[in-house]
Write a protein that binds this ligand. Structure first.
Ligand SMILES: [Zn+2]
Ligand SMILES: [Zn+2]
Length: 260
């Protein structure tokens, strides 16, 4: 049973996917039913948008798929009115070289939430997925140099934060999460601090992504960063990043203890 917490609202799952993004399982309605089953009062779909990414597979919706996504979000919202609220949002993947085009896309729809994530880094010869566990991505990041990748991640994210009308930053420290040779240094924490300052000034929230519990027994970002965000007055939003209906609201019961 969900108990109320002053630090974070765990009755809302602010980040779920569906099979529409080509790497999650289950229909949108199955996620709604899972949210109802978990006793949530609201779930927000945050489907993947990426722009001009050169990668061997597509882990995002094509532009022409977003209209159907919105229609289904509206239909479900009406169908489950009074039982559970449903939001239709987008997880915008940063492409630092395509920010004006990203905004052109965003203004075509009315979003309940715009999340900002940075997944794909341009290597000059295609893109590498910075959050992937695939050996070929890890090998490529090691070849580029993990410090170089991390620096590019922060620079690109800052560039995007300056102009994309985001409501929330997703899984802030998940970059390079599967690279064994990488861990956050003092310099990285300083970058995070700069980013949190911008977020605070622009009233952009920080996601508490509970998928991290599976990997490292701590959300993305780490508790240390979450506490800092709290101190700086940055709002926190819980998100499961569910790619399977059964993961909706996962580990939310752990959050109040972690953050109060
Ligand atoms: Zn995904
Ligand atoms: Zn993501």
């Amino acid at each position: 049973m969900i108990s109320p917490s002053a630090a974070i609202d765990i009755s809302v799952d602010n980040h779920v996917h569906s099979r529409l993004c080509h790497h999650a399982m289950g229909e949108m309605e199955e996620y709604v039913l899972a949210g109802l089953g978990a006793g949530l009062k609201k779930i927000i779909f945050l489907e993947h948008f990426e722009i001009e990414i050169k990668y061997f597979e597509s882990t995002w919706l094509r532009e022409d798929e977003f209209a159907g996504y919105h229609r289904e979000g509206c239909r479900l919202s009406e169908k489950y009115q009074g039982k559970i609220e449903i939001g239709t949002g987008v997880e915008v993947g940063v492409n630092p070289d395509r920010l004006p085009e990203t905004i052109d896309f965003l203004i075509k729809f009315k979003w309940d939430r715009i999340g900002l994530s940075y997944h794909y880094l341009d290597t000059g010869d295609g893109h590498v997925n910075m959050v992937s566990r695939r050996p070929e991505n890890i090998a490529l990041m090691e070849k580029i140099g993990v410090e170089k990748v991390a620096a590019a991640y922060f620079t690109g994210l800052q560039k995007a934060l300056a102009i994309i009308p985001a409501d929330v930053v997703c899984h802030l420290d998940a970059v390079l999460r599967h690279c064994p040779s990488f861990s956050f240094s003092q310099e990285h924490f300083e970058k995070v601090h700069e980013i949190l300052m911008v977020m605070g000034a622009k009233d952009i929230a920080l996601e508490v992504n509970t998928s991290g519990f599976v990997l490292r027994n701590e959300p993305f970002p780490a508790v240390r960063i979450l506490k800092q965000a709290q101190k700086m007055g940055v709002g926190l939003l819980a998100g499961s990043d569910a790619h399977r209906p059964e993961d909706v609201g996962r580990y939310f019961d752990r959050l109040p203890l972690l953050l109060d």
